[in-house]
Design a protein around this ligand. Structure first.
Ligand SMILES: [Cu+2]
Length: 150
């Protein structure tokens, strides 16, 4: 009886090993070689980049309240000649009139609204997206994002 039980355990182990070996080989032979997968359908769909307006706020040791409005994220990357829809959603701050230095692009981002800015740069460089009322630390800024074109 004891011998029979041991034999059954070996048989079970052998079945488990066989199942594992078969599944591993099936997985091995059915898995295609790794490919670079991109969700970007280049040339067909315009890429979207999303920004929001944010705000840092604190009180100093002397009780002074300081704050800074921000574009978030603060750096975005574009290929030269690439068409991008920059979509900026206004969260903090009532209104942010902005310009992109070195271009004639201007606009305003308002709280609770999304502003779409079509972008296409034909020259490499770092372009600054600057809020005209929060442009530096003395005006609740610096509210500047950097657009890196490469
Ligand atoms: Cu602003």
């Amino acid at each position: 009886m004891r011998f029979y039980i041991i034999k059954r355990q070996y048989l079970l182990l052998a079945i488990i090993l066989a199942v594992v070996a078969v599944s591993a080989s099936l997985w091995y032979f059915q898995t295609p070689e790794a490919e670079t997968v991109s969700t970007l359908d280049e040339g067909k769909t315009e890429r979207e980049i999303h920004l929001v307006t944010g705000e840092f706020k604190t009180v100093t040791d002397s009780g002074k309240e300081i704050e800074s409005y921000r574009w978030d994220p603060g750096v975005i990357f574009l290929e030269k000649g690439e068409k991008v829809a920059l979509k900026i959603y206004g969260i903090n701050g009532m209104e942010h009139p902005f310009e992109i230095e070195g271009t004639n692009i201007k606009g305003t981002v308002k709280k609770g609204e999304e502003t779409t800015v079509p972008l296409e740069f034909n020259k490499d460089g770092v372009y600054r997206l600057v809020c005209q009322i929060h442009q530096d630390k003395d005006n609740n800024g610096p509210m500047i994002a950097y657009i890196v074109v490469d």
